[in-house]
Every structure is written in C-alpha cells, then in structure tokens.
Design a protein around this ligand. Structure first.
Ligand code: IPM
Ligand code: MN
Length: 365
C-alpha cells in the first residue's frame, strides 16, 4: 500500500513551494524505495472561490484518508474582508482541530551559511538550535465563549489537564533525544490558566528525572530568545504564546522562508512551511522553497520514521547554501541568486551528491 499524501497547495506562493517540495518528496521516496501516492485538493481562498467555503467536506475527508498532509500556505488580501468563518485562516484552524493535530513542532536552527542574514549579531545566534513545541488545538484560539458585540469583545483561554499533559509529554520525549532541557513558557504571574499549565507541566516533569524543566514568563522568553537563543533546547508553550514565540524564533534563521513545521496528533500529520502566502511575490518563481522542502524532511522523520532520509534533505539544503545559492529573500549581491525551480533542482542535485558520497546503498534505515 502506498503512503497516501494529500497536497493542499492553497493560496499565493503555496502552489509554487508545494510543487518544489513534491519534487523533492518524489525524488527521495524513490531513492529510498518508499511507495507514495499524491493527490491534490483545493484548500483556503482558492477553495472559497470555487465552492464558497475554504474547506470542503471532500477535502477534509481526503485528509482523514491520508497518511500525511502537505500544505502550502493560505490567505491573501482578496479574502481579508470575508466574514471570519469563511476566511482561509479559519479553514486552517478547522483542519488542525478536525485532524486532532495538538502538537506543532517548529525548529529554529541556524544554517552557518546564513549567519549574516539574521538581523541579530553573529555571536548571539551562532550555534542556536532549539525547537518550539506549540499546543495547537486548544487555548484561547478555540476557547468558548468567544465573540463581540457593540460594546465589547471576548475570548476564553482554557486548558484541560489532558491537553497540557499530552503536549508536555511530546516536548519531554523530544528533549530526551536532545539536550535534556525543557523551557515551559507561560504567564503564570497573571493568568490562572497559566498557573494551572505550570502545575500540570511540573507533575508530568516528575516522570522525566533526567530532564531539566525551566519555567519562564512569556515576556521574558521573548526577550531571552533574542538576547541569548543558545540557552534553549525545547520550548514548550500554549497555542497563542507559541504563535508569537515561533515568529520571533524564525528571525534567528534570517528569514521565515527557511522554517518548516510539523503538526502531529495521534492519527494524522500535517506538514507546512511557517511562512504565509506572500501574495506580493506569487507567480514570479522567486519564492524560497526551503521551508516547504524542509517540511518534507520533517515528514520523512515523523511520518515515515526515516531519520537518515530526513537528515540527508537537511544536509542537501545546507550544502546548497554553503555553495552560495540563495533565493532573493536571503540573498545579497555576493550570492548566486536563483529562482524557486532552480533552487529546488540544485537541492535535489546536492541530495544526490551526498547520497552517493555516503554510499547509502549499504545503509540500513
Ligand atoms: C501560524 C499562523 C496561523 C496561526 C494563522 C494563519 C491562523 O499564524 O500557523 O502560525 O495563528 O496559528
Ligand atoms: Mn503564526
């Protein structure tokens, strides 16, 4: 049985970067003899334009029948004035919730070749390598009651013990394969919901005696990430704080165009670049495909459990950058500026090179 991958290219640059990612996916799957099938579905603004809804039952059902979903990006000026429930962003939230994708993993890693592209000082970011574990199906994003009337607007930040426990375990498991430090980010000096979060995290932490737990307020965490990002290994946080913290973390790598993500639940998995749909540069073949390609690497890691293949994709990206190839968002006049499709071709070439150097024919996975 092939691994069924549903493609949701979405809006703006989504289709271009997804096409790039699919060529890497197909190439690597073939190389490692993984049987995959891909099927494309409309999602986001393009789905609204055709069907009057950003997420059809048919697209949702296709995701339910999949082994993994690869998403491009959603949204754009065109759909900004729609009522909230018809906006592409609402479809993304519905998809996450429907598939039960409670763990969002966003790695922030510095590529040595890009150390000068960050707005932060080289000495500050050199060697940074941490992962944000963001709770994705709860918190203030989904809490009831919610709404607004003439005089006021309101939302509810709420977390159950069960929701906190399961994301906490994911973060601690990840830390146990890394540097053994979890920093839980909350606002326990003000919010009861955060006080409860902290209590539950501490209880779960007792089951992981080899891992150090640090608690940090979100305002301080935002500052610490730009002051000394090397202090972090795994950051564990709630939905809203994780949204903010992961964008800050993104800038360490120089461009949001570099950041992949995985959203995992107990039955489904969705992979998507952290960046948005960038409608201003869409259709010009200049978008950076690296975040989307790196999301495919995360798919090999988490859905196919093929760490070697994932590592090779990251190595291929790194070598491409080391050799001076850049898309416009991360390049300067000294670099070799290439478009989306060319960047993708070069990454595949570098993959092939490294694969041959390592004589992977004899590797066991
Ligand atoms: C993200 C995005 C989404 C979020 C939006 C588009 C709903 O910012 O994936 O970080 O807030 O989760
Ligand atoms: Mn965000």
């Amino acid at each position: 049985m092939p691994q069924k991958i549903i493609l949701l290219p979405g809006d703006g640059i989504g289709p271009e970067v997804t096409e790039a990612a699919v060529s890497v996916l197909t190439y690597v799957a073939n190389k490692f003899n993984v049987d995959i099938s891909t099927k494309e579905k409309l999602f986001g603004g393009v789905s609204y334009d055709k069907f009057g809804t950003p997420l059809t039952q048919e697209t949702l059902q296709a995701c339910y029948d999949s082994d993994a979903v690869l998403l491009g990006a959603v949204g754009g000026y065109k759909w900004e004035t729609l009522p909230h429930h018809l906006k592409p962003e609402a479809a993304l939230l519905k998809l996450r919730k429907s598939l039960g994708l409670f763990t969002n993993i966003r790695p922030a890693r510095v590529y040595p070749a890009l150390i000068d592209s960050s707005s932060l000082k080289k000495e500050v970011i050199k060697g940074t390598d941490f992962i944000v574990f963001r709770e994705l199906t709860g918190g203030i994003y989904f809490g009831e009651p919610r709404g607004y009337d003439e005089d006021k607007g309101w939302n509810t930040m709420i977390y159950t013990k069960f929701e906190i426990e399961r994301i906490t375990r994911m973060a601690f498991e990840a830390a146990s394969k890394r540097k053994h430090v979890v920093t839980s980010v909350d606002k326990a000096n003000v919010l009861e919901c955060s006080q409860f979060w902290r209590k539950v995290v501490e209880e779960v932490a007792n089951n992981y005696p080899t891992i150090e737990l640090k608690n940090m307020y979100v305002d301080n965490a935002a500052m610490q990430i730009v002051r000394d990002p090397k202090q972090f290994d795994v950051i564990l946080t709630s939905n809203l704080f994780g949204d903010i913290i992961s964008d800050i973390s993104g800038m360490i790598t120089g461009s949001l165009g570099m950041l992949p993500s995985a959203s995992l639940g107990s039955s489904y998995a969705l992979y998507e670049p952290v960046h948005g749909s960038a409608p201003d540069i869409c259709g010009q073949n200049i978008a950076n495909p690296i975040a989307s390609i790196a999301s495919v690497a995360m798919m090999f890691e988490h859905t196919f459990d093929m760490h070697k293949a994932a590592e090779l994709i990251f190595n291929a990206i790194e070598r491409t950058l080391d050799e001076g190839y850049r898309t416009a968002d991360i390049g300067n006049e000294e670099n070799n500026i290439v478009g989306t499709t060319e960047m993708t071709k070069i990454i595949i070439q570098k993959f092939e090179e490294i694969y041959n150097e390592q004589a992977l024919g004899v590797f066991t996975l």
